[in-house]
Ligand binder design. Structure first.
Ligand SMILES: Nc1nc2c(c(=O)[nH]1)N[C@H]1C(S)=C(S)[C@@H](COP(=O)(O)OP(=O)(O)OC[C@H]3O[C@@H](n4cnc5c(=O)[nH]c(N)nc54)[C@H](O)[C@@H]3O)O[C@H]1N2
Ligand SMILES: Nc1nc2c(c(=O)[nH]1)N[C@H]1C(S)=C(S)[C@@H](COP(=O)(O)OP(=O)(O)OC[C@H]3O[C@@H](n4cnc5c(=O)[nH]c(N)nc54)[C@H](O)[C@@H]3O)O[C@H]1N2
Ligand code: SF4
Ligand SMILES: [Mo]
Length: 696
């Protein structure tokens, strides 16, 4: 076949839930078709590099499995039997069902359930406008970053860090509990530049030798959930060897004698026993960090997906507060810049439409909530309807058996607005076709960096796909809601939000494709003090004050949290019947479940497998490639063993998220994961799970 002729190349931005939020150059073939997608070379963070899954985006936009028309269920729930209906028929029926449920059970019986399948604010967050206008149940958005956010802000007072491009100026880059080669490839661009240009050392801390650690100078493979112990031992050594910057600490932190004596017995020997590392490894790591002020801590989400994850994040973050690395360019820490955008989304989210706040349902507890469990429901009102956008809970949510059982309830009315026939869409009463990012207008914030980017509509949507924004407006009309912001076009709402936020030159934004929001270096390094009223980094977190910075909720008594960084033993305990720890680390070819439907990604990832140490495997009589089962009280999952020795014994890694249907009986890995909310503010412990393993 001849290569298609490229008509033009247009600027866009990757909409996916990835901290990189790459600026893209998209080949436009015609009004309906794209060619290759490349990373923008003139964007300093993207720097011409994107991941391979988005480079072959044509495969996803033009996927034959896209949902093209509204579909109404005709067979039993979950049968996958649907018939095509018109948009009007679907919308009229959905609205009348919602109104009926509202009348019978109250508006809170309807749960608009959304997440970050697109990171465009108009399409991602606009559902809140409908929710607020109608008084539907609110959603507690815990699934991704609630744990890591808590641990970080407990220290600094704000979700902001040193500019990640500064990594190129570092002498040591510590990549802690994140696998950027898979999850945010641009981190590697800047870290590797530091190595090439300055001979910087790259340290990776993870629970297996992942793709990022393969590129590291020092790889630290610890037991899952033991990062707090490692961080404490490092701080112990820093104090012991006079590598701590006492002057910095007295000026910029709440360092105290009590904290110092707390660290007295957190010796490397103590940490070695907990982490499974050698004392020599811990000493080497501490020395590197202590002797190089320009040490950049890139702290990920992964190591916080543990029940003690917020404490672990805060402990790791405490290290640069002890060395004073924050003062130096190329030094300090970064987790996310999501606390820096200063956007006013009152109208976009319909914040002023709220009369009385409705119940707040934790998205991670969707399984228990659908099954009517009182703790998850928060009130007497059952969930009778779901309106789902930008997420695939049948695969991504914890306690999958409960999620599936809940979705199969005959008295639950489920509407899924989707691009692809996901396994959640298959469980719906209505499946509505959604546009992809190239088919609508939106703006995107870059949590992993410093810019707000514009993503304009570049091609026509296929079939009858409509944007999220369009759907809110059509439903609002039929549900008796009026607000000017439903009537605006998507780009008008982008413009309105910008102007409301004090950014007046919208034309420049459209023309240029971005607004630079980088903080002055002094601010990003907290050189004028941290974001707490006393300007001090808190080694001893104040969880109430942390809560108040964002208005989140405690899921536990904060008194139970340790006073200082520590190894907090609250993780799911291994026992004789559950001797293994499971972590469900990200796959390179999939982004959560996005792309697990494209053939290129499926080919890359193959079938689901569990990495297991050969010593463990041989004890269990398992050889490479054998079919095995992994299980616990929540269920069991079938996959293949892959022997892998760069892991501690007793640990199993399953890189996911494969489709549920690629496992036997359609039972996916999240069957094994608990939905109990992680202290202090909730979130799911996706990498903290005690299991048994057996051959079949
Ligand atoms: N290819 C790809 N890219 C993605 C995603 C994806 O699924 N695939 N997901 C996207 C999303 S939504 C997010 S939030 C980000 C997340 O990106 P990351 O910050 O990278 O977080 P995770 O993906 O959860 O896991 C990262 C690493 O944490 C490790 N880990 C697990 N438990 C522990 C522990 O106790 N200690 C330590 N030190 N390490 C541990 C895992 O083995 C894994 O290598 O990535 C985004 N990008
Ligand atoms: N075991 C395990 N489970 C995990 C994780 C893990 O590490 N391990 N990671 C967790 C994390 S960090 C996260 S963030 C969650 C993420 O989980 P999800 O938010 O469910 O993310 P995706 O699986 O990417 O699904 C997003 C869906 O949104 C759809 N979508 C994209 N854009 C649009 C749009 O504009 N309109 C509409 N209507 N739909 C759209 C896509 O087609 C896709 O099906 O998963 C969590 N689950
Ligand atoms: S690295 Fe992340 S932001 Fe960049 S193209 Fe890939 S998924 Fe999108
Ligand atoms: Mo996430």
């Amino acid at each position: 076949m001849n290569k298609p002729v490229v008509r033009s190349v247009a600027r866009s931005v990757c909409p996916h839930d990835c901290p990189s939020t790459c600026a893209l150059d998209v080949e436009i073939i015609d009004d309906h078709t794209i060619g290759r997608v490349r990373g923008a070379k003139d964007d300093p963070y993207t720097a011409g590099v994107i991941c391979e899954k988005v480079a072959r985006y044509a495969e996803r936009v033009h996927n034959p499995d896209r949902v093209l028309y509204p579909l109404k269920r005709v067979g039993p729930k979950g049968s996958g039997q649907f018939e095509r209906v018109s948009w009007d028929e679907a919308l009229d029926d959905i609205a009348s069902r919602f109104l009926q449920i509202e009348e019978e059970f109250g508006a809170e019986a309807i749960w608009p359930y959304n997440y970050a399948g697109t990171m465009g604010h108009v399409m991602r967050d606009g559902l809140d406008r409908l929710r607020n206008a109608k008084g539907y149940s609110r959603q507690y958005g815990t699934i991704c970053s609630m744990i890591s956010w808590a641990g970080y802000v407990a220290g600094t007072g704000k979700l902001m860090g040193a500019n990640p491009e500064e990594m190129a100026l570092s002498d040591v880059v510590v990549i802690w509990g994140t696998n950027p080669v898979h999850t945010q490839v641009n981190v590697m661009t800047h870290a590797l530049r530091a190595r090439k240009e300055r001979g910087a050392k790259i340290v990776v801390v993870d629970v297996y030798k992942n793709a990022t650690m393969k590129q590291a100078d020092l790889g630290i493979v610890l037991r899952p959930g033991t990062d707090g112990a490692l961080a404490c031992a490092i701080m112990h050594i820093l104090l012991r060897d006079r590598l701590a910057d006492r002057e910095y600490m007295s000026k910029f932190t709440d360092f105290s004698d009590e904290f110092e004596s707390h660290l007295k017995d957190k010796t490397p020997e103590w940490a070695a026993g907990i982490t499974g590392l050698s004392v020599a490894q811990i000493e080497e790591f501490a020395k590197l960090v202590g002797q190089n002020k320009r040490t950049f801590f890139r702290l990920g989400y992964g190591f916080t997906r543990q029940r003690n994850g917020a404490v672990a994040m805060h402990a790791a973050l405490s290290i640069p507060a002890m060395t004073g690395a924050w003062l130096h360019e190329g030094g300090g820490a970064f987790h996310s810049n999501s606390g820096t955008w200063e956007l006013d989304k009152t109208d976009l989210e319909g914040k002023d439409l709220v009369d009385t706040p409705t119940r707040l349902l934790d998205m991670c507890e969707i399984g228990p909530a659908l099954l009517g469990e009182a703790a998850a429901l928060k009130s007497e009102t059952p969930v009778k309807a779901l309106l789902i956008q930008n997420t695939n809970p049948a695969v991504v949510a914890p306690e999958q058996a409960k999620v599936r059982k809940g979705f199969l309830r005959d008295d639950l009315f489920t509407v899924v607005h989707e691009q692809i026939m996901t396994e959640t869409a298959e469980l719906a009463d209505y499946v509505l076709p959604a546009t992809m990012f190239l088919e609508h207008n939106d703006y995107y914030t870059r949590g992993g960096h410093t810019r707000i980017l514009h993503g304009p509509k570049l091609i026509e949507a296929p079939g009858e796909a409509r944007s999220n924004h369009w759907l809110f407006a059509e439903l609002a009309k039929r549900l008796g809601v009026s607000s000017a912001f439903f009537e605006m076009s998507d780009n008008e709402l982008v413009e309105h939000t910008f102007k409301q936020s004090g950014m007046d030159d919208f034309e420049a934004f459209e023309r240029q494709g971005f607004v630079e929001k980088a903080r002055p270096t002094d601010d990003a390094h907290y050189r004028h003090g941290f974001a707490w009223p006393d300007g001090r980094f808190k080694f001893s977190p104040d969880w109430h004050a942390t809560r108040d910075t964002k208005g989140v909720e405690f899921v536990c008594d904060p008194q139970i949290m340790p006073k200082f960084p520590d190894h907090w033993e609250v993780n799911e305990p291994c026992d004789e019947t559950h001797p293994f720890r499971l972590t469900t680390s990200p796959a390179r070819g999939f982004l959560n479940t996005s792309f697990n439907e494209t053939t290129g990604s499926q080919k890359r990832e193959g079938s689901p497998k569990a990495l297991i140490h050969s010593a463990d495997a041989s004890r269990l009589g398992i050889t490479d490639g054998d079919q095995i089962q992994i299980g616990n009280k929540r269920g069991q999952v079938t996959l293949n063993a892959s022997l892998f020795d760069d892991i501690q014994q007793g640990v199993v890694i399953v890189e996911g998220l494969h489709q549920n249907r690629s496992h036997q009986d359609g039972i996916g890995i999240n069957t094994l994961i608990g939905s109990d909310p992680v202290p202090p503010f909730g979130g799911a412990a996706f990498h903290d799970c005690a299991v048994w393993v057996r051959g079949v």
